[in-house]
Structures are given as structure tokens and as C-alpha cells.
Write a protein that binds this ligand. Structure first.
Ligand code: SAH
Length: 229
């Protein structure tokens, strides 16, 4: 392995250790391919403002993987996860790479990003991820997508109030929304209360986290409906 690959591998493994995540057999190889593709495509289309490989590992991959703290894998049935406004695949695709048993769907409104995701999945040799092209508010009208997901993950798409509105139609009763946020959330949490009540949503927990770079954030878990069914 050359020196730069080794450095990326070290950062990734240090971050995984800190998050308590075990790497899978081909997860590191896939992350390195992903980073290369992301940098390559970013020269043509607007995919990420972060262009340094080390920063991509921390700010995109490790940040996405924080969601695994709240994802329970049932031995019998793989949870169905939907990533709304996935952009270049975050957080949904890193979750699939480190947790291949998850059933993952990626939803994105921009056609160019959809083409990137399609090509990327081929390069990563991942066949069981579905890509949904369109806006959440339109796609939620499709019966086959309504209340079909155990978990919706969202990062960097908008205010909590909007995320609840966009995600809830897709979530099964008893399922949850996991929203990755910055540290300042009090105001948007307060603004979302009325809608949460109306839509039978409950903030289950707000988890503070810190990445190896020192970047801090919060993971908000909102449960839909009656948890017991
Ligand atoms: N989640 C990614 C991308 C964030 S940028 C990340 O964390 O890096 C926000 C993305 O959401 C953009 O790609 C935008 O096209 C998409 N988006 C915004 N509103 C949307 C909607 N209503 N439905 C589907 N995608 C949406």
C-alpha cells in the first residue's frame, strides 16, 4: 500500500475504533474507491465542498457512520433504511458499506447526482441499493413508498421541522428518523414541536458526538407513533 493510502487507512481505522465500529472484509477498499470517485466527479459536478481525502474520510464517512450508534440489526430481518437528500451518498452509502445487511434506498432530487450514484455503485460492486430520483414531497405520494421504511436518515438537507415533514410519510409506525445535525439545534427543535405532536413524533434522544478531528455534532432520533406497534 502506498504512503497516502496508508495514511487514509490509518485515519479511517482510528475513527472506526473511536466509534466502536468493526470494519467489514472489503469496507476499506470500498471507502478508498469512493473517495477517488468523489474527488474525480467533483471536478465536473458539484458534489462536495470537501476536496482533501483525509477530510472526506472524517467529515463525510465517519460523520455518516455515527448513525450506526442508533441502528439495531435484527438477526431475522434487515431494517429498511431510506436516505433523503443523499447528495453524493451521505450518510446512506457509508452505512451500507459498513453494514451490508441493511436494506438501503437513496433518494435525491438532482439528476447529475443520481448519475454519479449509479456509476459509483457499479465501481463499488454494490447491487442491492435502490436509487430513487425525485423530491421527497413528490415521491411520498407513491403508495409503494408510504410507511415502508424502518429508518430514515438525513444529513444537511434543512431544518428539523422540514425534515420531519419530508420523512414521516415514508416511516413505518414505530420506526424512526435519524437526523445528523450541527451543535446548535435548540431553536429548530423548538420550532418542530407543533408538527411533531401533530404527526405523532417523539424526540427519543439527542446524542452529542465528537469526531477524531474534534468536529462536534448531534444525532437526533425521533420515533414515529406508538413504539410498541
Ligand atoms: N446528505 C448529503 C447531501 C446534502 S446537500 C450530505 O450530507 O452530504 C442536500 C441534498 O439534498 C442535495 O443534493 C439536494 O439536491 C437534496 N434535496 C434537497 N431537498 C430535497 C427533497 N425535497 N427531496 C429530495 N432531495 C432533496
Amino acid at each position: 500500500m502506498d504512503e497516502s493510502k496508508q495514511r487514509l487507512s490509518d485515519i479511517l481505522n482510528k475513527g472506526l475504533l473511536q466509534l466502536g465500529i468493526k470494519p467489514g472484509p472489503r469496507s476499506e477498499e470500498k471507502v478508498l474507491i469512493y473517495v477517488n470517485e468523489l474527488i474525480d466527479w467533483s471536478q465536473k459536478i458539484n458534489l462536495t465542498a470537501i476536496k482533501v481525502p483525509e477530510d472526506i474520510i472524517v467529515k463525510h464517512f465517519l460523520d455518516s457512520l455515527v448513525c450506526l450508534k442508533e441502528i439495531v440489526l435484527d438477526e431475522e430481518k434487515a431494517p429498511k433504511l431510506l436516505d433523503i437528500g443523499t447528495g453524493a451518498g451521505f450518510p446512506g452509502l457509508p452505512l451500507k458499506i459498513f453494514c451490508p445487511d441493511l436494506s438501503v434506498s437513496l433518494m435525491e432530487a438532482t439528476g447529475k447526482k443520481i448519475r454519479f450514484l449509479e456509476e459509483l455503485l457499479k465501481k463499488l460492486d454494490i447491487k442491492d441499493v435502490s436509487i430513487l430520483h425525485g423530491r421527497a414531497e413528490e415521491l411520498s405520494k407513491k403508495m409503494e413508498l408510504q410507511e415502508k421504511f424502518d429508518i430514515v436518515v438525513i444529513r444537511a438537507v434543512g431544518e428539523l421541522k422540514l425534515l420531519v415533514k419530508h420523512s414521516f410519510p415514508f416511516i413505518k409506525n414505530g420506526g424512526c428518523l435519524l437526523a445528523l445535525k450541527g451543535v446548535i439545534i435548540d431553536e429548530e427543535v423548538a420550532k418542530s414541536q407543533k408538527d411533531l405532536k401533530k404527526m405523532k413524533g417523539l424526540i427519543d434522544k439527542i446524542l452529542d458526538y465528537e469526531l477524531i478531528s474534534g468536529k462536534k455534532g448531534k444525532l437526533i432520533k425521533i420515533v414515529k407513533g406508538n413504539v410498541n406497534g
